[in-house]
Each structure stands twice: as structure tokens, then as C-alpha cells.
Design a protein. Structure first.
Length: 299
């Protein structure tokens, strides 16, 4: 199964049992109580579903977690910055295709077994299940830190099959995995990491440039420049991301706008937006909001 997963382009795979993650749920609910979820009210609903897979798939016994390294060996040609994960075509699509292929392989020859695939498409707490499956731990920036860093997508297959599990990191490492390092905390332009290992979305540039749909009255004034979609600052300074090589599979999914210059962004038409951003994560944000982000950055 692992060999096949690597052939599909995944950079890591682990398996966890489907028992409830009680401590992770408690930590999550503390963050909700502190208001760190901003206006993403859906995060406060069905919190139990995030940490107990049987609520999503009856009879679930195993949680197969796959990582996909999305780093590309190039830099954008413009001062307008887009998070690395959005420099590929929409990962929801190609990750699901890979997970479907892996699920078919795993369940070949079985009868009556069920599975469910999720790639940011269910309440499941994918980062916490990746930790439980032995694929890394959460860093002070709130992201999964795997052996190859934090630039990775997470995809999950819930299955009624009983599979051997992989061991999570030692408890001591999970409780204080970053030690005295505070590079991401100090580098965050908006102070969103004022509580290490938690992200305050109200201050997070990535939240404001990707998720936020309001007008800003209830949030601090956030200076997002030069980021017009997402933000990687906490990942850029992380020592875990000093990779010596880049994955080859990710280059198959390069987005078609990576050659854009400042002028290309500033003169972007709605027709060009459809041509270059269709099938990417920026399409979800929409032409008008991307234009607003570019105009804000020019001010």
C-alpha cells in the first residue's frame, strides 16, 4: 500500500485507529472559546465529528492519512505574492483522484467494506489525524510539520477495514515539538501566532485574503501586502522547510499564471481571470476580490 501511494505521488502515508481524539478535541474547543476561528462559524459546529471518524463513516476502523508535497522549484515573477499551495491547480481535484486510486487498491478483493474520502471536504481535523498517524506534529504556526516540512496537502481515506497502525511521535515531542524556536512567531506580519501552536484567524493574513467575507469592522486593521492570496511567511522561515530537493509530481500541476508580471496582475481582465485561474484555488476567491487585493497592495 505504501509503495503504491508513493507511485501515485504522495510523499507520506500513515494509518491511525478510528478511536476518538479526546485531547485534540479539547484543545480545538479551547481555541473556539477564545474566538480564534473568527467568523468561520462552521468550525464551531459538529466539533465531535472532527475527532471521531465513526460519525462520518459508520463502522470506521482505520484512518489512512496521505501527504502530498506541493513545493515547486521556482519563484513568481511578480511582487504580488500567492501562497505556494495556490500555485498548483486545485488540489481538491487531483488529490481526490489519487486517493480514489489508492482506496481502490486497498479495497481490491474485499467485499462489503466501505470507505470515505476527504480532502478539506468534511469536518474531519486532518492535521490532528496526520499527527495520530505518525506523520509529524503541529508546529508553533499551527501547521503540520512532517519529516520534509510543512508544505504538504493532507488527504484521508476512512475505511471499515481493520489495518495495522503506525505509531505517532512520542508524547514529549508532540507537546513541545519546536523547542525554543520562535522564528515563525516572530516573523508573522500580523501577530496571528501570539499563542504558539494556535493560529488566531482574526489576525491571520491567509484568513483575510482567502476566507474572510466581511467588511472588517470587527477585526484589527491587517496589512496584507504583498500577499494577495494566502500567506506563507511562517513557513518561509521554518527550519523544517529547508528542503534540498523538490518533488517531481507537483510540477505536473503547475498553475498557468506563474509567469505573471506586475503588469499582468494590475491589468487583469475578467476574461483573463477565467483563462488563467479556472481550475485553481484562486478561482474560488473570484475576480472582483482578487482585483481588490491587487488595488489594496498598490496603495
Amino acid at each position: 500500500m505504501k509503495d503504491y501511494a508513493f507511485r501515485l505521488g504522495f510523499s507520506g502515508i500513515g494509518i491511525a485507529g478510528a478511536g476518538a481524539l479526546v485531547e485534540a478535541r479539547q484543545q480545538f474547543e479551547q481555541s473556539i472559546a477564545l474566538g480564534f476561528h473568527a467568523d468561520m462559524l462552521y468550525l464551531a459546529r459538529e466539533t465531535g465529528h472532527r475527532f471521531l471518524p465513526t460519525r462520518l463513516l459508520a463502522g470506521c476502523q482505520s484512518v489512512i492519512v496521505c501527504l502530498y508535497d506541493y513545493r515547486l522549484p521556482l519563484e513568481l515573477q511578480s511582487r504580488y505574492k500567492v501562497a505556494r499551495y495556490a500555485q498548483l491547480k486545485d488540489y481538491h481535484i487531483f488529490m481526490r483522484e489519487k486517493l480514489e486510486a489508492l482506496a481502490a487498491f486497498v479495497h481490491a478483493g474485499t467485499t462489503g467494506e466501505q470507505y470515505k474520502i476527504t480532502v478539506d471536504t468534511s469536518p474531519l481535523s486532518e492535521k490532528q489525524w496526520a499527527v495520530q498517524a505518525g506523520l509529524g506534529h503541529l508546529g508553533k504556526n499551527g501547521l503540520l510539520l512532517s519529516s520534509s516540512g510543512s508544505y504538504c496537502f493532507i488527504g484521508i481515506i476512512l475505511t471499515t477495514l481493520h489495518l495495522p497502525t503506525t505509531e505517532p511521535a512520542a508524547l514529549a515531542e508532540r507537546q513541545d515539538p519546536c523547542g525554543s524556536c520562535r522564528l515563525c512567531v516572530e516573523a508573522c506580519p500580523a501577530g496571528a501566532l501570539h499563542e504558539p501552536y494556535r493560529v488566531d484567524a482574526r489576525r491571520c493574513i491567509a484568513y483575510h485574503t482567502v476566507e474572510y467575507k466581511g467588511t472588517g469592522e470587527h477585526f484589527p486593521k491587517i496589512q496584507c501586502s504583498p500577499w494577495i492570496f494566502g500567506c506563507d511567511r511562517c513557513q518561509e522561515v521554518c527550519p523544517r522547510n529547508r528542503a534540498l530537493s523538490y518533488p517531481t509530481d507537483a510540477q505536473r500541476y503547475q498553475a498557468p499564471f506563474l509567469h505573471f508580471t506586475d503588469s499582468d496582475w494590475e491589468n487583469l481582465t475578467s476574461e483573463q481571470f477565467q483563462r488563467y485561474f479556472s481550475g485553481t484555488c484562486l478561482q474560488r476567491r473570484g475576480y472582483e476580490k482578487i482585483r481588490v487585493a491587487i488595488s489594496r497592495d498598490k496603495e
